[in-house]
Design a protein around this ligand. Structure first.
Ligand SMILES: C[S@@+](CC[C@H](N)C(=O)[O-])C[C@H]1O[C@@H](n2cnc3c(N)ncnc32)[C@H](O)[C@@H]1O
Ligand code: SF4
Length: 458
């Protein structure tokens, strides 16, 4: 029997009610990853400025730093991250690095320290690898001049295969980067072309070989599913190719569609939610059969023989203090300081504010106790091992836990089972304090108010 047929049979055997409940949650999780609450709920945010932040915060863990690089060689059709298409001008990059330095100096000033101490650096975008080797060097020098990294720190950059070169990889390594994530997305050329990627599958393999040859300790592949025109067969081939190359980790990303996106007007076929679930079952099946990999989050696998995994993208919420300590630098970057979450503005406001000596905060919110409880529960469900009191946290959600237990989605220790991991994002959404679904997408129409809080919390 083929892998696809095996996975189809597995899904057919699920209780119909459970599948229907998960499908009803789908419209709510299609725009943003559900586990990034409260970023995933834009209605909760309002226009604010820097005064929303309480700098008297003391947290018992070092800072997590995110730096946004807002350029890409070309714009992929599905992407809604903030980036400008085309090679950036030298002067624009230098001005941007100056802004990042201003931003870092303001953080030091507000926190009353000469230098920051960080446990993670995540350079994302956009495409950080669009920068030239000299620009990468100057960016990393700027960061190091304000930030001291702990010995075991993860210094990570995202990259795209079409922009990497061995000189750039060397510049990243020289600047202390110890993990490079490559946006592979698919090993199928026709899918890459439809998505407007600036590389083909061969270039992706070359980029991987280049990063490996430079001795980068950890290499991650981002692989997307439910892409336009992507068949199950296409997806299975992509996962098999990734397993042949065997990077340190594999991240599987379901296509998310920005609200108001025109993606569905482009005339392509989009996998339905059921077809998407089948793709999730395919990667789960293939990864389960590969003893080199272990699952550390529902959609994330690490090579047990080499990778040191820690959560890098989940918003920072210290499971002990319940407070966050994440600084997002650059346009549209997300920060979480104490009980306050905020997002930076775009340019020109971003650079104007920084030149005036203020952080370029644009939208934000102060977390309520209910928000913090939800964040902790979501983190406990998707990042179980990182939340020491996960069972105690989850046990407060009686109705959700009962539903998940009855349907075999969690085990008696409240850990997501294989079946539960298939629905990782949908399950995360069940822990939202306010579950009203207000929007649906063009291909998942009509399922509004799918799960009301009253229905489930009783
Ligand atoms: C911001 S990109 C950075 C990497 C690099 N720019 C690239 O695309 O190769 C990080 C990842 O976001 C994912 N991504 C982008 N748009 C997405 C979307 N609409 N839905 C789900 N994942 C998306 C892609 O897998 C991509 O590798
Ligand atoms: S290269 Fe990456 S960041 Fe840029 S548009 Fe494509 S997915 Fe988005």
């Amino acid at each position: 029997m083929s892998i696809i047929d095996l996975c189809k049979d597995r899904i057919k055997a699920f209780p119909k009610d459970m599948l229907a409940a998960m499908e009803h949650i789908r419209p709510a999780v299609v725009h943003e990853k559900a586990h990034v609450y409260p970023i995933s709920v834009p209605e909760k945010w309002s226009d604010v400025d820097e005064t929303i932040i309480d700098w008297s915060i003391t947290v018992d863990k070092p800072l997590r730093l995110y730096v946004h690089i807002p350029w890409c060689r070309s714009k992929c059709i599905f992407c809604f991250y903030e980036s400008e298409a085309g090679e950036p001008k030298e002067s624009d990059v230098q001005n941007y690095i100056e802004c990042l330095k201003h931003e870092l100096s303001i953080y030091c000033l507000r926190l009353g320290v000469e230098r920051l101490t960080a446990e993670t650096l995540y350079i994302g975008g956009g495409t950080p690898s669009i920068l030239s080797p000299a620009q990468i060097e100057s960016l990393l020098q700027a960061i190091h001049s304000f930030v001291e990294f702990k010995n075991e720190a993860f210094l990570i950059t995202e990259s795209s295969p079409g922009t990497l070169s061995s000189e750039k990889v060397q510049a990243f390594v020289d600047g202390g980067i110890n993990r490079i994530s490559i946006g592979i997305q698919s090993f199928q050329d026709h899918i890459l072309k439809i998505c407007g990627r600036d590389h083909d599958a061969d270039q992706a393999v070359n980029a991987y070989e280049m990063v490996r040859a430079a001795g980068v300790p950890e290499i991650n592949f981002d692989l997307m599913l439910a892409l336009p025109e992507q068949s199950h067969d296409d997806f299975e081939k992509t996962v098999m190719r990734a397993l042949e190359l065997a990077p340190s980790s594999l991240s599987f990303l379901d296509l998310r569609v920005a609200s108001g996106s025109k993606l569905h007007e482009m005339g392509y076929y989009y996998p339905t939610w059921h077809e998407d679930i089948l793709m999730r079952a395919i990667y789960q099946h293939l990864l389960k059969g590969d003893s080199r990999y272990e699952r550390t989050r529902p959609h994330y696998y690490v090579r047990s023989d080499e990778a040191r995994e820690r959560s890098t993208r989940v918003p920072c919420l210290d499971s002990r203090s319940g407070l966050g300590f994440q600084a997002g630098l650059g346009v549209t970057a997300y920060s979480h300081i104490g009980d306050v979450c905020f997002i930076n503005s775009r340019n020109p406001f971003y650079s104007d504010r920084l030149k005036a000596g203020e952080l370029a905060v644009q939208r934000g919110l102060t977390l309520t106790e209910e928000d913090k409880m939800a964040m902790k529960a979501i983190r406990a469900i998707v990042d179980y091992t990182l939340v020491p009191d996960a069972p105690a946290v989850l046990s407060r959600y009686k109705k959700e836990v009962q539903f998940l237990l009855e349907n075999g989605l969690i085990d008696n220790e409240f850990r997501l089972t294989d079946d539960g991991c298939l629905f990782g994002e949908e399950v995360a959404y069940m822990f939202y304090p306010d579950l009203t679904v207000t929007e649906s997408t063009s291909y998942d129409k009509g399922i509004l108010h799918a799960y009301s809080k009253q229905d489930r919390m009783g």
